[in-house]
Design a protein around this ligand. Sequence first.
Ligand code: ASP
Length: 318
Amino acid sequence: MTFRARHLLGIEQLAPGDIRAILDLAEDYVALNRRPVKRTDALAGLTLISMFFEPSTRTQASFELAGKRLGADVMAMAVAQSSVRKGETLIDTALTLNAMRPDLLVVRHPASGAVHLLASKVDCAVVNAGDGRHEHPTQALLDALTIRRAKGRLHRLTVAICGDIAHSRVARSNILLLSKMESRVRLVGPPTLLPAGARDWGCEVTTDMAEGLRGADVVMMLRLQRERMDGAFIPSEREYYHRYGLDAEKLALAAPDAIVMHPGPMNRGVEIDGTLADDINRSVIQDQVEMGVAVRMAALDLLARNLRAGPRVVAAHA
Ligand code: ASP
């Protein structure tokens, strides 16, 4: 086990060995989660608080389940409905929580960088559950576990990430992880949804879906992140689906055994055909959800071990 970080803020701070350590431990938790009794005491006596300043279904549920299955005391702060905003209020909230002496804090926030800022103010371990369009490290890790289980490896794969790249923290974390693990990433989307400078990220970039999908081993579809859009980025959803929506015909251009992924929430008929999303021979979307719980258990377990190890934990990963 090489993962020695105090926080899990992004894939950027992780070395390939850290990624492997999390995924290897997650395999044990996949097995545990398939047993009738899904319980260990790795986090017994520890307190986990989750704070989601943006809506979430899968991520929040799976972090809470992960904490509970590891025996932690888990509390969800109901912040999404309140008018809490970035800045002083976020810091105040963090300091208030810090005074309650939690051990692990799981945070989602609409502002890129907000979770890093918070981590610098508290004594506990902080996990980034998605910050703006910046990073969503546990999503990339669960995607990696899903890919590794389906393909047997994480290197020398061609992964097409398609759709709204510009606003997607899922894309950013996946690009970082897959590049670190020596796979080839292709970014595919309309020019308006490809970030300026994407060509400098070491990925292939194309606006042509056929070109992007050709021979891909993994096809990862992304949701249009309307909540992060300021103005019109696509002519219409119908036109977008026609050009960039994944259906069986377009998927036929990818490798014959290509898998289809989507982080959810999914907009059927916008970025993906509903029947294809449900096709268990091609789609691993439900596996992603299952792997999400296991990966989050592994990440929380390793962070808790590092907490117990105290100051020996490498500060560079903080
Ligand atoms: N659930 C993912 C996220 O939080 C993807 C999405 O919202 O489209 O970034």
